[in-house]
Design a protein around this ligand. Structure first.
Ligand SMILES: Cc1cc2nc3c(=O)[nH]c(=O)nc-3n(C[C@H](O)[C@H](O)[C@H](O)COP(=O)(O)OP(=O)(O)OC[C@H]3O[C@@H](n4cnc5c(N)ncnc54)[C@H](O)[C@@H]3O)c2cc1C
Length: 334
């Protein structure tokens, strides 16, 4: 089966990997000049946090997101499974209690245990929730790794070429449309949720795992990368505006990071970036087949968490061999 995948974001690369694994002859086409230049996935924290997400997401996300842990362990050398810590200042303990009530698979963590897990946080926080099973990847390394592996296995990757699904259907058996928010005009009900992030280097400060700081106005997460580099994220704004990060949002991220630890006062800002998350009204993804085109979209804030599930659905809708994940049947899923 000859398959053309439109879009080398996280949905496209994961789908291409799974289709190739099931024997398809895969060609991946992206309109950007190089990997990540226009992909929302390049902005992501790379958190694989299905149980934390349960605080605000449907049970579907918690359940199917768990399957991403095994998938990324197998497919990314930057996979780290050290869990997630959820913290709140003394003033915001009510937020921690609420978070605990709304989520599963966590254990309480008192100050002494917290120091053991993250020595650099010291005794700044009295209580935390520890989600031991969660993980993260470095999204840029993870996407590059998938792209390299696809090429190594004989798939073709072409950049700088924009196509509509109709154009893409020529000379192939199947098209997988993974254009993210750029598909908005053809995918009804798709909306944008703007997210802004910052990458900083903070010498002398280390974290072994993703940390979420609960705050009634400015919730923050910090995802560690190599060499004392951290991704600070992320705003969630009901807007389709692609413009640069605003001063207000940068200020909020900085204030929240300072509240996590004063070491961030000395951090160097390496990058500020904004993008638009593709989302449907229910914030759940859809994998849908119409004729020769399967569309994967609406990954919202769960691109890394749910793309393995979406890819598996695409394999099923393509009529390739049975999937491993046991997703529910149906043309329109989730
Ligand atoms: C700040 C921020 C933090 C996030 N953190 C996380 C996180 O920690 N964990 C998580 O799971 N998710 C996270 N997300 C969400 C995640 O990034 C998105 O869900 C995901 O990127 C959507 O993936 P996608 O492949 O559908 O779209 P994209 O990543 O946007 O990829 C779409 C690709 O399609 C290409 N394209 C567009 N039009 C065409 C065309 N006509 N022809 C060919 N190619 C085309 C684009 O160039 C692009 O490369 C975060 C998002 C943001 C903004």
């Amino acid at each position: 089966m000859k398959v053309r995948v439109l879009g080398a974001g996280v949905a496209g690369l994961v789908a291409a990997t799974e289709l190739a694994r099931h024997g398809a002859d895969v060609e991946l086409v992206d309109r950007a000049p190089a990997l990540g230049v226009e992909a929302c996935a390049w902005c992501a924290g790379g958190m694989l946090a299905p149980w934390c997400e349960g605080e605000s997401a449907e049970a579907f996300v918690v359940e199917n997101g768990q399957k991403a842990l095994a998938w990324w362990r197998e497919h990314s050398s930057s996979f780290v499974q050290n869990g997630t810590l959820v913290l709140a200042s003394r003033r915001d303990q009510g937020e921690l209690t609420r978070f605990a009530r709304m989520s599963e698979n966590h254990e309480p963590c008192e100050a002494s245990a917290l120091v053991g897990l993250e020595p650099d946080l010291g005794e700044r926080f009295e209580r935390a929730l520890f989600f031991a099973g969660e993980a993260h990847v470095d999204p840029r390394l993870a996407l590059q790794h998938l792209a390299d592996a696809l090429v190594a296995e004989g798939a073709s990757l072409r950049f700088g070429e924009a196509m509509t699904p109709q154009e893409a259907e020529k000379n192939v058996d199947l098209v997988i449309d993974c254009r993210g928010f750029a598909a908005r005009d053809q995918v009804s009900g798709l909306r944008g949720v703007r997210g802004e992030m910052m990458i900083v280097r903070c010498p002398g400060f280390a974290l072994a795992r993703s940390v979420r700081l609960l705050h009634p106005r400015w919730p923050l997460y910090v995802v560690p990368r190599a060499d004392h580099v951290f991704m600070l994220g992320a705003t969630m704004i009901e807007s389709e505006h692609h413009g640069p990060v605003t001063l207000r949002s940068a200020g909020e991220l900085i204030e929240a990071a300072q509240a996590l630890h004063p070491a961030f006062n000395e951090a160097e800002i390496l990058e500020l970036r904004a993008d638009v998350r593709p989302a449907f009204a229910d914030n759940l993804p859809r994998v849908e087949r119409r004729g020769k085109t399967i569309s994967i979209n609406g990954l919202y804030r769960h691109g890394f968490l749910l793309s393995p599930w979406c890819a598996d659905e695409a394999v099923r809708l393509a009529g390739l061999s049975p999937q491993a994940f046991g997703a529910p049947a149906g043309e329109l899923v989730a």
